[in-house]
Design a protein around this ligand. Structure first.
Ligand SMILES: Nc1nc2c(c(=O)[nH]1)N[C@H]1C(S)=C(S)[C@@H](COP(=O)(O)O)O[C@H]1N2
Ligand SMILES: [Mo]
Length: 398
């Protein structure tokens, strides 16, 4: 799609969303104040771009007015630059071996035919999402809040497939590998491991996203979906599952996607935690999709703040909005519940009665009572993971 067409559709979308009173939205170039690649990526609209190779693409904030993220606006993250395209699906197999009674090679067609097809609505969020909000700067891609998305995933239960292969008694770790490769043989493959007890009926091998084949950059033809978990485990272009009794020390398990093990121990740029653990479950979070930073709205007009909230599966109890920098809060309306792992949409209508800049803040609370902290209350960690500070957007009333 040409940039001009993209602008047209995004303008049409903001008009549909009742944002017609706002004056902004005429150009978003760059998006959210950040660079957009001149290069076109297959099946994607122009997105905030951190790298072309491997592609690192972030969704614009405006995406988060949708409870399901459109596939062509869905963020993209790969660790390795060689990402093969698989046009001949009959030749694509997933291999399952290790501690199983029957090692198997299975095609996508066989997956669909031989196992019950299930659907789960779930949020996929990079552990480093919102990393740029950490102060001091934490290492890694300086994502805004667009390294996340929510989709309807369709596939088959991983458990059913493993049962078919027949887990041996001492099976404990399951290792996942995808088809992507490093440019140099010394770089390790992106391999992840989970423990058998982390596996429930919601963990699926998915081949559909929002009713379509997975986009190439989101892992066509199949990826792992682990609802409630950060997406480092959601291995794309899944090609190999190995069951074992031992944890293997692998680069992407031991080095990346870990946080301090001890809650009271916080890291500083010069002091690293001695013991770390994988990031696993997502904490409660909300992101405002409309208005976006710098948006201009008319004095006394009807403005509707919109966004999404989620956690690791306990469900969202409430979302509150503050218009005065966090002194007072009012509850937003929650939209329909699309499932415990899905985004919960929220909206909050108000009429601005003061000219000039105002800061909008959103704070979600889940059914456990866990809530989003203020930015200054967040413990710093070296990798810049799990940021869930209260979201804020500054707009101007004219
Ligand atoms: N094969 C493979 N799967 C992968 C990765 C990868 O580099 N290779 N990165 C993981 C990480 S860290 C993230 S954030 C998500 C990104 O998924 P997306 O590109 O569909 O948004 O994929 C995960 N699965
Ligand atoms: Mo990630």
């Amino acid at each position: 799609m040409k940039r001009r067409d993209f602008l047209k559709t995004s303008l049409a979308a903001s008009a549909l969303l009742g944002a017609s009173k706002s004056l902004a939205g005429t150009t978003h170039q760059p998006i959210d104040g950040r660079e957009v690649s001149k290069m076109a990526f297959p099946e994607k609209k122009p997105l905030i771009t951190y790298s072309d190779r491997p592609p690192l693409l972030e969704s614009p904030r405006s995406t988060f007015v949708h409870e399901f993220t459109p596939n062509d606006e869905f963020f993209v993250r790969w660790h390795l630059p060689e990402i093969p395209k698989h046009n001949d699906l009959d030749k694509y197999v997933i291999e399952i071996d290790g501690l199983v009674e029957r090692p198997i090679k299975i095609t996508i067609g066989e997956l669909k035919k031989n196992f019950e097809q299930v659907e789960v609505n779930a949020v996929l969020q990079c552990g480093g999402n919102s990393r740029s909000a950490f102060d001091p700067i934490a290492g890694g891609i300086q994502w805004g809040s667009g390294a996340m998305g929510c989709a309807k995933w369709k596939g088959v239960r991983l458990k059913d497939v493993l049962d078919y292969a027949g887990l041996k008694k001492n099976a404990h770790w399951i290792e996942f590998n995808g088809k992507d490769k490093a440019a140099y043989y010394k770089t390790p493959n992106f391999v992840r491991e989970i423990e058998l007890h982390e596996l429930d009926d919601n963990v699926i091998i998915a081949y559909e996203m929002n009713g379509e084949d997975l986009p190439y950059l989101n892992g066509f033809p199949v990826r792992l979906v682990m609802p409630g978990y950060y997406s480092d485990n959601w291995v794309k272009m899944l090609s190999h599952i190995t069951v074992s009794d031992k944890y293997k020390s692998l680069f992407f398990m031991d080095v990346a996607y870990r946080v301090p093990d001890n809650k009271t121990e916080s890291e500083t740029p010069t002091k690293r935690a001695k013991k770390t653990k994988p990031i696993t479950h997502m904490n409660v979070k909300s992101v405002i999709g409309y208005p976006t930073n710098g948006e201009k709205v008319y004095y006394n007009s009807h403005v509707v703040v919109r966004g999404v909230a989620f956690d690791s599966g306990y469900g969202i109890k409430k979302v509150e909005i503050s218009l005065d920098g966090g002194k007072t809060w009012e509850e937003a309306n929650l939209k329909a519940d699309n499932g415990r792992y899905s985004y919960r949409g929220f909206y909050y209508p108000f009429k601005p009665t003061k000219y000039g800049k105002i800061k909008l803040m959103a704070r979600a609370t889940n059914n456990l009572g866990e809530t989003q902290p203020f930015a200054h209350e967040i413990g710093w960690n070296h990798g810049g993971y799990k940021y869930n500070g209260i979201d804020e957007v500054t707009i101007e009333v004219i």
